[in-house]
Structure formats: structure tokens, C-alpha cells
Design a protein around this ligand. Structure first.
Ligand code: PLP
Length: 428
């Protein structure tokens, strides 16, 4: 679909383009495999000499159409779906890092990502330096090494709600000849396009706002096509030298700006297999159709709710980038002028115990391990998503022990506030 359309139109119309007599709605290609007339033809697909489908672990049409829609929303050149947001971040990094390499990681990334990079990928021989995203460029620059291969951070950190200075991070990454990978899950492409500010790769947990209805776990990687891998062949041998596991193909030579995603699909997905189920991609596509409408309502409701909480006598602090006095308000205005996300972090004067009591009293908002859902929900990060972190890591991640993460849904905001009101009143 042509680039001339606005995001609202892309969300509804892009991706699947039916030809005469074909289904209007994106079909679910519920097939592991695809038929060919000759063995020679299928051989050419295996050699990447021709584009086409042969096995769903590598590519599936339903997934491809949905990935194409997200790619267009982000303004990228190529994209792929993964089975989860975890798989997306894993592949995004592992596609350009191997044992002996090094990653610069923002301290405020989602707990699962933090664990993936600092623990699991460490066991694979990939080192990392954790940095405070608010540090100045000189301090941040000291984290880079000869063997650094990428920088990973989140547009709006989950759950610290730290807004990333994307331009600062892009400058830093590029001055060290490495790409900036931005997890854009919370902002979504509706509120922010990191590529416009210099990011090179974007990842998503599509499980969150994109699906939006808590129906399917999924992820996505989008490549801007802007990072010039071929300019640093010694840094990125996986992309710039022949791949023995693919008949000596050199991805940058053969696929140009699509090299990164082609490698991730034909090598990582082939070998590690974290494909998104076509059924889930179908559900994701339905979610994407209403993403702009929902984001607008999420942001409106969250702003009203944050203002309510800020004025409440039992509330000790509120963190929401939409609030005028928020530390990240200015950055949010710059990168996300139409709104940030529907997630608010706050603490009660009664501390951690009061937080648990208050959460137990909520009737509308459910306690669930989820965020960015149409339904309002809450979670206590220190006891739930971030419980594997020690106190020092919690502080680095911007997770106060008393922090309540409130994911404001798209219900009528009066009902959301009334629910908080009764819970705050009855919980002592
Ligand atoms: N990135 C962010 C910002 C997240 O919030 C999450 C999950 O909460 C993930 C990645 C991991 O995504 P998933 O749960 O789909 O694996």
C-alpha cells in the first residue's frame, strides 16, 4: 500500500490486499507447508534465489501481511513477527551479536528484557554494560567497548515510565558505529516513530497495545534499513561475510537494506523457531485496526486518572509523562506530542503494604500480569514482573518497592476513577 496514507488508514487498510474474488478479511493460512509444481522450484526458494513460502517456521502469508502493516506504521523497510516480545528482543540482539560481543543496555528496560540480556545472553558469552538512560553523553560514552555491537533501550520504559532521549542515544550509538535498537511497545507507532529520531531497529511486544485485548502473545522486529552494516564488515561479520549455513550468501550484498531481517528470518527463525502462530497474527491484525482509536482513549483516560491520583491525599507520588511537573514531560512533548501511553506508576503514603491492600480492594481494575490492555489492570512490579531483581537492580530499573503500575484501559474514565476512589477509601 502506498505511503500516502495516514496511520489510521494504514491500520485498517494496509497489509492484506485482496485481488478480485479473494476474501476481504485477511485469511489465516493455517498450513505448515506450501505446495510446488517442481522440486527445482522449491530448491530455488531454499537457496533464497526466489521469494516464496515453503514452511511456516520461516514464513507464513498471514504473518507476512501483518508484519508488512507494522513495518509501514513504523516507516521501516522490512519486518518480521515473532512468537513473543521476548523473542523479538532476543533475535534483534542475537542477529548481530555472538559470543565475545558486548551490548549497551538501558537500566530501565522491562524486567524480562533485563534478565534476557544480563543473565541468559551472558551465558551465551555476550557481555553487557547497564547504563542510566538519563546520564549525559560523556558518561554514557564510557560504556562502549571495541566489541560493542548494539544499544538497546525502550521509548517509554516499563514500568519506570522513563522517556528515552532517542536522538541522544542514536548519536551515541552511531558515533560508536553500532545501531540503536528501541523497544517501542508502550508508545506504539501511533504515538512515536523512533526511526524518525535516528533509531535503527524497532522491536515490539505485540502482546500489549497492538493486540490490545489480551488475546495473543506476540512480537515484531522492524528494520529502518538505515544502518550501513557494510561500512563496518569487521563488526558485523554475520551480515557482511558469507553465511556457510546458507550456501555462502552474504546478506548485505544480496539483500541490501533488507539484509538484517532476511538474516533474522532465514537464519535465526530457521534455527531457533520462535514463529508467531498465524492464528495469533490474525488476532493481532484485528487489534491493529483499532489501535489509533484505542491509543487516543488510553492516553485521555490515563491523563485524567493521573491528575486525579496526583490530587489525592493518600497518594505519595505519581509518575506519568503527561503530567506537567513530570521529569520526562518535556521529552514526552518532543517525541510524543499526541500522548504517551496508558500506563501510570504511583505510590501510596502507606508504602508497600498499603499498595497491596488498596489493590485487593479494586473491583473494576483486575490484578493481572499484563499491561496495555483494553481493560484496566494493576500490578505490583516489585512482587510480580520484577521479583527476580535485587533491591539495587530495582532502584536502577526505576522500580520503587511501593510502586503500583496501573494500566488504564478504555472504559469510561469516570468508572476507573470511581473504582480507585472506593479502593483508596476502604484500604487502611
Ligand atoms: N518489551 C516490553 C516493553 C514489555 O513490556 C514486555 C512485556 O511486558 C516485553 C518486551 C516482552 O514481551 P512478551 O511478554 O510479549 O514476551
Amino acid at each position: 500500500m502506498s505511503k500516502q496514507y495516514e496511520k489510521e488508514t494504514i491500520c485498517v487498510q494496509s497489509g492484506w490486499q485482496p485481488k478480485n474474488g479473494e476474501p476481504r478479511v485477511l485469511p489465516i493460512y493455517q498450513s505448515t507447508t506450501f505446495k510446488y509444481e517442481t522440486s527445482e522450484q522449491m530448491g530455488r526458494l531454499f537457496d533464497l534465489e526466489e521469494a516464496g513460502y515453503f514452511y511456516t517456521r520461516l514464513q507464513n502469508p498471514t504473518n507476512e501481511y501483518v508484519a508488512a502493516k507494522i513495518c509501514e506504521l513504523e516507516g521501516g523497510v522490512a519486518a518480521m513477527l515473532t512468537s513473543s516480545g521476548q523473542a523479538a528482543n532476543y533475535y534483534a540482539v542475537f542477529n548481530i551479536c555472538e559470543a565475545g560481543d558486548h551490548v549497551v543496555l538501558s537500566s530501565t528496560v522491562y524486567g524480562g528484557t533485563f534478565n534476557l540480556i544480563t543473565c541468559t545472553m551472558k551465558k551465551m558469552g555476550i557481555e553487557c554494560t547497564v547504563v542510566d538512560p538519563d546520564d549525559d553523553e560523556e558518561t554514557l560514552g564510557r560504556a562502549f567497548r571495541e566489541n560493542t555491537k548494539c544499544v538497546l533501550a525502550e521509548t517509554i520504559a516499563n514500568p519506570a515510565l522513563v522517556v528515552l532521549d532517542i536522538e541522544k542515544f542514536a548519536r551515541l550509538a552511531h558515533s560508536h558505529q553500532v545501531p540503536l535498537i528501541v523497544d517501542n511497545t508502550f508508545a506504539t507507532p501511533i504515538n512515536c516513530n523512533p526511526f524518525a529520531w535516528g533509531a535503527d531497529i524497532v522491536t515490539h511486544s505485540t502482546t500489549k497495545y497492538m493486540d490490545g485485548h489480551a488475546m495473543s502473545v506476540g512480537g515484531c522486529i522492524v528494520d529502518s534499513g538505515n544502518f550501513d552494516w557494510a561500512a563496518y564488515p569487521e563488526k558485523f561479520p554475520g551480515l557482511c561475510t558469507p553465511d556457510e549455513s546458507y550456501h555462502g550468501i552474504t546478506y548485505t550484498e544480496k539483500f541490501g537494506r533488507a539484509a538484517y531481517i532476511t538474516k533474522a528470518t532465514s537464519q535465526l527463525m530457521r534455527d531457533l523457531g520462535s514463529i508467531q502462530a498465524p492464528q495469533n497474527a490474525f488476532l493481532l491484525n484485528v487489534g491493529l485496526e483499532t489501535l489509533p482509536l484505542r491509543m487516543e482513549r488510553h492516553c485521555y483516560n490515563a491523563q485524567r486518572t493521573a491528575e486525579y491520583l496526583e490530587a489525592h491525599e493518600k497518594v505519595a507520588w505519581v509518575n506519568y509523562p503527561g503530567l506537567q511537573n513530570n521529569k520526562y514531560h518535556e521529552l514526552a512533548q518532543k517525541y510524543m506530542p499526541n500522548g504517551t501511553c496508558g500506563v501510570i506508576a504511583f505510590g501510596l503514603k502507606g508504602g508497600r503494604e498499603a499498595a497491596a491492600r488498596m489493590m485487593d480492594k479494586l473491583k473494576l481494575a483486575a490484578i493481572v500480569t499484563h499491561v496495555a490492555d483494553a481493560r484496566t489492570c494493576v500490578l505490583h512490579p516489585a512482587s510480580h514482573t520484577h521479583r527476580q531483581m535485587n533491591d539495587e537492580q530495582l532502584v536502577e530499573a526505576g522500580v520503587a518497592p511501593d510502586m503500583i503500575r496501573l494500566s488504564v484501559g478504555i472504559e469510561n474514565v469516570k468508572d476507573i476513577i470511581a473504582d480507585l476512589e472506593q479502593a483508596l477509601e476502604t484500604a487502611e
